[in-house]
Ligand binder design. Structure first.
Ligand code: CA
Length: 232
């Protein structure tokens, strides 16, 4: 059974998460302290960490950094609505996703499912799609051998950058991607913060894959953070 650790000092929210997780069949542990949480997370039997950024004894960001020095288990940040900057920093520092308070049990489970799926794929518990170079998701298809892209079986003509962008998102359904992560993946280190060029490539990609680019069905905007390939 997968064990999930909740590091959250708001006891009401902690209890809500513990209850929701137990109901969903996970084994759970909760703590209000960053230090204790870090020790528990590093013990080796935790599958995923839900981490509040504002903790009484230790900055949540430091918990994340210390954890990342020794472990790559999924971490989902739990944060307040006005902490967009912190969320982006946490994602760039290796957090897998974030939840903004208040959130529902359904959202919590959706985020956990995505994070665990990506992690299990990464460590090889699930068959890697890269094996055959074909990626398919919700009617979109990328054949990474022939470098062709399709929507509902019809070829779509993408520029090399649009292709790289779509490939990144089709490989990561449900996962939030920060601007920096996208820029780094597509252009490599050094393209740092040029989000304007990214926005324009996103716009042209959307025109090719979306029926209504103003109301995207595939890649949605996470304001102030980045983008996410919608799961449904
Ligand atoms: Ca807190």
């Amino acid at each position: 059974m997968e064990q999930i650790l909740v590091i959250e000092d708001d006891i009401q929210i902690q209890n809500f998460m513990l209850y929701a997780l137990e109901t969903a069949g996970f084994s759970v542990q909760g703590t209000a302290k960053g230090k204790e949480g870090l020790a528990l997370a590093l013990r080796g039997d935790i599958s995923l960490v839900l981490l509040d950024l504002g903790l009484p004894d230790m900055d949540g960001m430091d918990v994340l950094r210390r954890l990342r020095e020794n472990s790559d288990i999924p971490v989902i940040i739990v944060s307040a609505r006005d902490q967009d900057k912190e969320k982006v920093t946490a994602l760039d520092e290796g957090a897998d996703d974030y939840l903004t308070k208040p959130f529902s049990a359904t959202e919590l489970m959706a985020r956990i499912r995505v994070a665990l799926r990506h992690y299990n794929k990464m460590i090889g518990k699930e068959k890697k799609e890269e094996d055959d170079g074909i990626y398919e998701f919700r009617g979109l298809k990328i054949d990474n051998f022939s470098h062709m892209a399709y929507k509902d079986g019809i070829e779509i003509h993408l520029t090399p950058l649009e292709y790289q962008l779509l490939l990144l998102f089709i490989k990561n359904p449900g996962k939030v991607m920060t601007y920096r992560t996208i820029l780094k993946t597509i252009w490599g280190e050094g393209y740092g913060e040029d989000t304007q060029v990214l926005r324009s490539i996103m716009a042209s990609t959307r025109r090719k894959i979306e029926e209504n680019p103003a109301k995207p069905k595939y890649i949605e905007t996470e304001i102030g953070i980045g983008y996410r390939m919608k799961e449904s």
